[in-house]
Design a protein around this ligand. Structure first.
Ligand code: SF4
Length: 406
């Protein structure tokens, strides 16, 4: 059977039996709430359903509707978002809520939704279809996978996006377009998975060309990613004596890791020489270069950071534009994965003593100062500092994967 025989009706019959129960999803016969649909779609950008569920419920509790969200102070929104990553999305969410609250309602067309901050083509299509039953296509990574397999599209991504969108738009039914969008999401999340798709259970098994060829897992075709040129840099972790607070700063809003937090770093350059790293140190201290490097892969280039560590005196003031963040507040800082690795690397070993100051009046013996009290834990008693896992290990472990399983 040719691929064009795949029908929305077959998919909807399957969906009516196997639809997932999700907290933001209206039950059959219920009117979808645009606020819930929008909130969930923004949260689900780059994040998994499992990671989003508790945040979605927390937001509904704190901000039950778009007016409440618009009226909330930005710090309250950022704090509720903390841990979900990609903080620019939280800022866009808040800005969008203000616009919608001022307008009195969400726009109900794809074009109108596209004008809102943080709403791209996929999100606009999803909201238009799910919340307003518009015949819009919502094409995300899951849908790309399903459609590329259904039609055995040989063109690799991202060039295949245009034909995939056309194929998807061409099959959106006039009747129940919102359910169709959600059915396609469910198919990609539950049956047409990246590995070992469950074709025997698929409502589109018969017309699926990739399945007929036995090549399901090879679609979508992808262009081999250029790894990019290795960049190097230095990162500086300063720990304040007394409370163990760590020197952080916020990266510029524009550009890579925009508005996210980091221990101060040098420029990241292909020819950066870590031996001269101290020239970029944010403050005078007895910096110790740690062995090894922290490696992190960005989409377009790999990065290696040499980490310098120092313990500074309790009265040290943060340089302009920087701040000392207490250890127990690190969870609330928007630290990207690369910077969590830097902190984990720095905090895993013994911390050096600070440089002597000119006025050591009543200065405690920092060399023998105890480590700051760790936050209460329910786990086993930590091992000695030289071998214990870092305080940051917890944060690193629970960072959500940027993969969408929906
Ligand atoms: S038959 Fe298999 S590969 Fe084709 S759409 Fe269904 S689950 Fe995906």
């Amino acid at each position: 059977m040719p691929a064009h025989a795949a029908s929305a009706a077959d998919l909807l019959v399957w969906y009516d039996r196997h639809r997932r129960a999700l907290p933001w999803r209206a039950l059959p016969g219920e009117q979808p709430d645009p606020y819930r649909v929008w909130l969930s779609e923004v949260m689900l950008q780059q994040t998994t359903v499992t990671a989003v569920k508790p945040y979605f419920e927390k937001f509904l509790r704190l901000f039950p509707d778009v007016t409440a969200l618009a009226a909330a102070p930005e710090e309250a929104v950022m704090s509720a978002w903390a841990g979900l990553g990609y903080y620019s999305r939280a800022r866009n969410l808040h800005a969008c809520a203000k616009l919608v609250a001022a307008a009195g309602a969400f726009p109900d067309t794809e074009e109108g939704l596209r004008k809102l901050p943080g709403v791209g083509a996929y999100t606009a299509g999803a909201i238009a279809a799910i919340a307003f039953d518009r015949p819009a296509a919502a094409v995300d990574g899951n849908v790309e996978r399903v459609m590329s397999r259904l039609h055995a599209i040989e063109t690799p991504l991202p060039a295949a996006r245009a034909p995939i969108r056309l194929f998807t738009q061409g099959i959106v039914p006039r009747d129940r377009p919102g359910d169709f969008a959600q059915a396609l999401m469910d198919l990609g999340a539950t049956l047409c998975t990246p590995k070992r798709p469950a074709c025997a259970l698929c409502p589109w098994m018969a017309p699926c060309r990739a399945r007929a060829e036995g090549l399901q897992e090879t679609f979508p075709r992808k262009v081999k990613k250029e790894k990019g040129i290795l960049r190097r840099g230095a990162a500086f972790v300063a720990i304040r004596a007394g409370d163990g607070a760590i020197l952080l700063r916020t990266r510029p809003a524009e550009g890579l890791l925009g508005s996210m937090a980091e221990p101060p770093t040098s420029a990241w350059l292909p020819d950066y020489d870590p031996a001269k790293g101290l020239l970029d140190a944010p403050l005078d201290a007895r910096w110790k270069r740690l062995p090894g490097v922290v490696k992190h892969g960005f989409t377009h280039f790999p990065l290696e950071l040499t980490v310098f560590l120092a313990r500074v005196a309790a009265e040290t003031r943060a340089p302009e534009g920087m701040r000392f963040t207490p250890r127990d507040a690190l969870d609330a800082e928007p630290l990207p994965g690369a910077m969590k690795k830097v902190l984990a690397h720095a905090l895993a070993g013994p911390v050096p003593v600070p440089a002597p100051t000119a006025t050591p009046v009543r200065e405690p013996d920092l060399a023998t100062m105890p480590e700051p009290e760790p936050p209460p834990r329910r786990g086993p008693i930590p091992k000695p500092a030289s071998s214990r896992p870092s305080d940051l290990a917890r944060i690193v472990k629970k960072a959500p994967k940027p993969v969408r399983t929906r």
